[in-house]
Design a protein around this ligand. Structure first.
Ligand SMILES: Cc1cc2nc3c(=O)[nH]c(=O)nc-3n(C[C@H](O)[C@H](O)[C@H](O)COP(=O)(O)OP(=O)(O)OC[C@H]3O[C@@H](n4cnc5c(N)ncnc54)[C@H](O)[C@@H]3O)c2cc1C
Length: 162
């Protein structure tokens, strides 16, 4: 779970809101049995778990930041090259805007992209696997366009990219 939290950049200050919402849900589901004592116990348990997560996640963030070429949070990249691999798949070569080195990676690792698309009410966060060998001055991702099918609409981010 902490790895997933790292992937989407969960911050310590976001935990209280989740805790508050969780308590509302517990109260809603338990109804009259949600006494002050019961809710207090849930609150205590949540705070303990949240603290454990926050501590582990801080270590993970530090670990990534301290890698050569590493960073914390989101970093701006531009598309240096776009290659159409097939009718459905397009590769993007991404270079950092700051021109500084980028962290190396292992097979199976992925990037998290934040897409702010004109006309979309929300920011969309998606993961894309690194599809090239490490040790270069760019990252490559290969995005498969999710077309509309049946009643299902086209994928928001993959359609935007490709
Ligand atoms: C670790 C990881 C690595 C990944 N690596 C890659 C990668 O290398 N390349 C890649 O292409 N993808 C990769 N993905 C998947 C990628 O993150 C996105 O999920 C994918 O691109 C779809 O996003 P989207 O915004 O286009 O689709 P979304 O808008 O999220 O939609 C997803 C699907 O849901 C369907 N859908 C949406 N709304 C409805 C509805 N109301 N009713 C029925 N169906 C609906 C859409 O038709 C679509 O098929 C990876 C995912 C993970 C978790």
């Amino acid at each position: 779970m902490t790895e997933k939290h790292r992937a989407i950049g969960i911050k310590p200050e976001q935990y209280p809101l989740v805790g508050e919402t969780l308590l509302h849900a517990v109260k809603d589901v338990l109804g009259d049995t949600a006494t002050e004592e019961v809710l207090g116990a849930w609150k205590k348990a949540y705070n303990e778990i949240a603290k454990a997560f926050i501590d582990i996640e801080q270590k993970l963030y530090q670990e990534t930041e301290q890698l050569p070429g590493g960073w914390r949070g989101y970093r701006s990249f531009h598309v240096d090259q776009k290659v159409k691999e097939s009718n459905l798949i397009t590769s993007f070569y991404l270079k950092p805007e700051d021109g500084k080195p980028i962290a190396s990676y292992q097979a199976g690792q992925y990037l998290t992209l934040k897409a702010e698309i004109k006309g979309e009410a929300y920011t969309h966060i998606r993961h894309y696997s690194l599809s090239d060998a490490p040790g270069k001055d760019d990252y490559r991702i290969s995005v498969k366009r999710e077309d509309a099918h049946g009643d299902a609409p086209a994928g928001i981010v993959s359609s935007y990219f490709t």
